[in-house]
Design a protein around this ligand. Structure first.
Ligand code: NAD
Length: 346
């Protein structure tokens, strides 16, 4: 099976294939880079069409974590794990404990946490066999409020850069997806005086934000056409694509969703169109920053965590300024910054 010649192979330090006959576990752990510290990144459970797709996902996502952790200035490297199979069918205590034993064998080179289809309860089962897990219930707690705070500060940083004024009163923001992070984001925005236009496939989530924050509900597809200042993608990936860029009137894209650009070239297209894009992995790092404080030498501190999250404003300001100076898209500048931090240290 090909690994070293995969397009997504980027000199990953280690790729481990894990199996357990009794529980049916089939998993891959990819440790991309541990220069800044142990590799940290969530575990995803997915019914991949084939093993190659699972390897590709693990390689791509683990590299993303190296960059995200570096730009967030965390003493963490990047890693990710994938468990192959349908989450509705294969989950069992046996399976997660078997995975935990594999993590234990890695000796702390990689710490796992939640990701798609993996809950706190699943991680707690891994924890019965290993301490190399993070994000457990009762420790740093739910990361979403920290991600929301970082995203709010990111929107302010974008306004400050573009308009020389971060005041949100009467700034119009279109929020797509009203889940755990976006609800907190809408609260911050509302309290700061912004006007909210919101959508979600879940009608209850829409009603809650309409009632709590005087938001205006709009259609699922209508969100791209609104005459607003900021488009905040907080649901799906790949919503910045050829079709939507042509429709967007917002001059700022800043939201918490992962993998917002359908393809890398879309980052350059939005720049050419005069839209300021806050790179996703920079603006949405609040949650992983909070998780880090579980491992901080002085123990978890909410205050220290929030202070660190506030650094997202400064980091984005630096990225925006470099992007303008070098006439290069913000997502490429973010990647360059990550590479510099990995090379030179925190
Ligand atoms: P969530 O599942 O709580 O919320 C997602 C919301 O999007 C749901 O309400 C869902 O109904 C809605 N949605 C799904 N498809 C939609 C569509 N087509 N149009 C409109 N709404 C749609 O997730 P979350 O934890 O709030 O995370 C949101 C995004 O932020 C995800 O992309 C996630 O990967 C990313 N993220 C989250 C965190 C965190 O701390 N939770 C950290 C970093 C990144």
């Amino acid at each position: 099976m090909a690994v070293f010649n995969q397009v997504d192979f980027d000199n990953h330090e280690q790729v481990v294939f894990c199996s357990d006959k009794e529980s049916g576990l089939r998993a891959i752990v990819a440790v991309h880079n541990t220069k800044l510290g142990p590799a940290v990144g969530g575990c995803r459970m997915w019914d991949y069409a084939n093993d190659e797709d699972a390897i590709k996902d693990a390689l791509r996502l683990s590299k993303g974590m190296t960059y995200k952790n570096a730009v967030a200035r965390l003493p963490f490297g990047g890693g990710k794990s994938v468990i192959i199979g349908n989450a509705k069918e294969i989950k069992s205590e046996q399976l997660f404990r078997a995975f935990g034993r594999h993590l234990e064998q890695l000796g702390g080179r990689y710490y796992s946490a939640e990701d798609v289809n993996i809950t706190c309860d699943d991680v707690a089962l891994m924890n019965k066999e290993t301490n190399y897990v993070l994000g457990l219930e009762g420790k740093s707690g739910n990361p979403s409020p920290f991600t929301a705070y970082g995203t709010f500060l990111g929107i302010k940083a974008a306004l400050q850069h573009q308009r020389g004024d971060q005041n949100l009163s009467s700034v119009k923001v279109a929020v797509q997806g009203l889940g755990a992070v976006a609800y907190g984001l809408c609260k911050y925005l509302h309290e700061a005086g912004a006007r909210l236009f919101v959508t979600d496939i879940n009608q209850q989530a829409v009603e809650r934000v309409v009632n709590d924050f005087s938001a205006t509900a709009v259609g699922i597809d209508e969100i791209y056409d609104l005459d607003v200042d900021v488009y905040a993608p907080c649901a799906l990936g790949a919503t910045i694509n050829d079709e939507t860029i042509a429709r967007l009137k917002a001059t700022i894209i800043a939201g918490c969703a992962n993998n917002q650009l359908a393809e890398s070239r879309h980052g350059e297209i939005v720049r050419e169109k005069g839209i300021l894009y806050a790179p996703d992995y920079v603006i949405n790092a609040g949650g992983i920053i909070n998780v880090y404080y579980e491992t901080a030498p002085d123990g978890y501190s909410k205050m220290a965590s929030l202070e660190h999250v506030e650094g997202i404003f400064t980091t984005l300001t630096e990225i925006f300024a470099r992007s303008e100076k070098e006439q290069k898209s913000t997502h490429l500048i973010a990647d360059e910054l990550a590479q510099e931090i990995i090379k030179n240290g925190l």
